[in-house]
Design a protein around this ligand. Structure first.
Ligand SMILES: Nc1ncnc2c1ncn2[C@@H]1O[C@H](COP(=O)(O)OP(=O)(O)OP(=O)(O)O)[C@@H](O)[C@H]1O
Ligand SMILES: [Cu+]
Length: 646
């Protein structure tokens, strides 16, 4: 029975705390703030009674009430901490200090201590809660109502009522109410709310729409794919809020330090109370100093050094379409020396197009395309789809094939009649001992120097021609690489493509180093090797094909993560959009937040180094210790908020 009650109480306590953490109302409605306000009024009343010459017992009684009210929130917290975790925290230090001041008859000091502490605490909790919920502002981007199509008629319904499978109409200028897939119509969408990219994206049938994005030019009919609570925007907000809970390493260290430090301060105060009087010193003087020490040595500012900066940075990044999944990743990003990019789909668009079809003598272009498309039509690879698309656009019928087999990172093969045909990288063809004419090899080398990917089509062990494809670099890639260089980072490209092709593209983008011809599992080894040589590596990829490489890096950054849970899962940082510039944004937010966190740590440690000796020497009193202490804490919080700007 008793146990059950305890558990119930604990649940209630946790729920209350959670409710507070999620606070997003105005400051004066925040519970602890109201409480501190009430305590201030009562304290003022006590002081008035004293000033107006009221009886001492009356002013003492009023002060006592003020102290009780002011201490309500935090004293309970301190007590719970002791009861459940046997921990002496800052609250315990403050409670003992207040008690000591009361015993010494320093009523005003005791009241001031409790009041300032609860006011600073309330302000800080409020700021922290607001920072953590700032990301919810994004939800306001989702319209309240939507146009649902039923039996050819349209009806206005609350956006919350939409279910997967519903058909909706989105007119130009309207926002998308929830995730959906376009069924009819074409338009340009401003997706900056989700991806942070300001350039509108053209969409047509089959393309995905995200909640909160703006339909700019044309009317769209779309089929809902996710209800309100589970759409991309809602999940993004949830992820950001979760991420803010993930502590950085510095924060964990501070927490551990605090657990040992606070009891030590309490012990030191006890020593001050006992030892000097035993040596014949004045009891009152040293009791007073013990009280001052409790306040002066409390590590409030230190404790607040990183959480606000971290939460503010993660929120800020989230609003730009960059999901940083916890303080630890901010810390890691700050340490990065190398940024490794996967080539296809990351630095390039990932939509290769056939540029050249070069048959061997005696073979026609049509025959070559028919053969290649016959193999590739079974494949999901972007190169394969480009080959099939080219055949289709030229009206070439793919040959009938059977027994398709994909060789990961190398090519594909199938059987035509009784002959084996394969379409593969030149490296793989060489491995198979394929005969390639010198003319064709020469041609291949020339195309590769232009940054084109060359694949060979071979039949019965002889190359019958080659197909060259080109994947356009993303326009934002070059400026992003330049910016990363300016930040002092090394930029590396990892790819399964041919070294010559890769080099040509790397040159175009200004990339320092290329690792080409890598099979997917070799990318992991390449990341490890870069890490050993230069230091921590951030690996940027699509998060689907290269999940192992992302996991192997100090920080895995998945690009194009909107609508792909796997990509978000795989990485420490998920970029909702396809913009390599977001990597720069993530790095900048991380560096700024870490710089601010360290400023706070240094500042609060220096402050302790000044306040503690002052307390011991009796240079400061209770009131000045309290003021110095709380002001420094608020400075740390205010500084932390700057991580959301810049
Ligand atoms: N279906 C295929 N048809 C033709 N060639 C293929 C096929 N699959 C793989 N290849 C060859 O293998 C090479 C490496 O393929 P892989 O899928 O590992 O790299 P990628 O995804 O194209 O590039 P990146 O490593 O930059 O992401 C390709 O450049 C191509 O030459
Ligand atoms: Cu404090």
């Amino acid at each position: 029975m008793v146990e059950e009650r305890v558990r119930m109480e604990e649940r209630v306590r946790e729920e209350r705390e959670e409710a507070e953490e999620g606070f997003d109302g105005p400051w004066y409605a925040f519970g602890p703030v109201k409480n501190a306000g009430a305590a201030a009024l009562i304290l003022a009343a006590g002081w008035a009674v004293e000033r107006l010459g009221g009886p001492a017992w009356l002013s003492a009684a009023v002060y006592l009430v003020a102290i009780a009210v002011g201490a309500r929130y935090w004293a309970k917290e301190g007590w719970e901490e002791w009861r459940h975790e046997r921990e002496i925290g800052i609250e315990a230090l403050m409670a003992f200090a207040a008690l000591g001041a009361i015993v010494l008859g320093e009523w005003v000091e005791a009241g001031l201590l409790v009041l300032l502490y609860s006011a600073a605490e309330a302000l800080e909790e409020y700021t922290y809660a607001r920072t953590r919920t700032a990301i919810r502002a994004l939800l306001k981007l989702v319209p309240e109502t939507a146009w649902r199509l039923r039996d050819g008629r349209e009806e206005q319904v609350p956006a919350q009522a939409l279910k997967p499978g519903d058909l909706i109409l989105i007119r130009p200028g309207e926002r998308v109410p929830t995730d959906a897939v376009v069924v009819e119509g074409r338009s340009s969408l401003d997706e900056s709310a989700v991806t942070g990219e300001s350039i509108p994206v053209d969409k047509g049938p089959g393309d995905r729409l995200f909640a909160g994005t703006i339909n700019t030019t044309g009317a769209l009919t779309a089929r809902v794919t996710a209800d309100f609570a589970s759409n991309t925007l809602a999940r993004m907000i949830h992820l950001v809020e979760e991420a803010q809970e993930v502590k950085s390493r510095a924060q964990r260290w501070i927490d551990r330090f605090g657990r040992r430090y606070s009891p030590a301060v309490l012990a030191a105060a006890a020593v001050l109370l006992v030892v000097p009087p035993l040596l014949g010193q004045d009891v009152r003087t040293w009791a007073h100093r013990a009280v001052v020490l409790l306040v002066a040595a409390a590590p409030c500012a230190l404790v607040m050094s990183t959480p606000v900066a971290t939460a503010a940075a993660i929120s800020r990044a989230g609003r730009q379409g960059v999901l940083i999944k916890g303080g630890i990743h901010l810390e890691q990003l700050d340490r990065i020396r190398v940024v490794a990019f996967d080539k296809t789909g990351t630095l390039t668009r990932g939509r290769p197009q056939v540029t050249d079809v070069v048959p061997e003598s005696g073979v026609t272009q049509t025959e070559l395309l028919a053969l290649a498309a016959g193999v590739e039509r079974w494949s999901e690879h972007p190169l394969a789809r480009a080959v099939v698309a080219r055949a289709t656009s030229e009206g070439v019928n793919p040959l009938a094939t059977s027994g398709f087999q994909a060789v990961v990172g190398a090519g594909a093969r199938a059987v035509v009649g009784d002959e084996e045909v394969f379409v593969a990288s030149p490296a793989f063809a060489a491995q198979l001992g394929t005969h390639v004419s010198p003319a064709l090899e020469h041609h291949a080398a020339r195309l590769q120097e232009q940054g084109k990917t060359v694949i060979l089509v071979a039949r019965r062990g002889r190359a019958v021609g080659l197909i060259a494809l080109r994947d356009q670099p993303r326009p934002a890639a070059r400026p992003a690489v330049a910016e990363l260089h300016r930040m002092g980072l090394r930029v590396v490209m990892l790819t399964g493509d041919h070294p010559t092709t890769a080099q040509a593209i790397a040159r175009e983008l200004g990339i320092d180093e290329v690792r080409a011809g890598l099979r997917p599992e070799e990318k992991v080894a390449a990341v490890r090797e870069l890490e050993a040589r230069y230091g921590p590596v951030a690996m940027v990829g699509d998060g689907v094909n290269d999940a192992p490489a992302l996991a192997a890096a100090s920080v895995g950054i998945a690009m194009g993560a909107a609508g792909s849970d796997a990509a978000i899962e795989a990485a420490g940082v998920a970029l909702m959009g396809d913009d390599p510039g977001q990597v720069v944004a993530a790095m900048k937010v991380a560096r700024r937040s870490q710089r601010i966190a360290w400023q706070n740590i240094v500042f609060s440690v220096l402050l302790l180094l000044v306040l503690v000796p002052s307390a011991l020497l009796g240079v400061i009193g209770v009131a000045s210790a309290v003021v110095a202490h709380e002001v420094s804490e608020l400075l740390a919080v205010g500084n932390g908020l700057r991580a959301a700007r810049g």
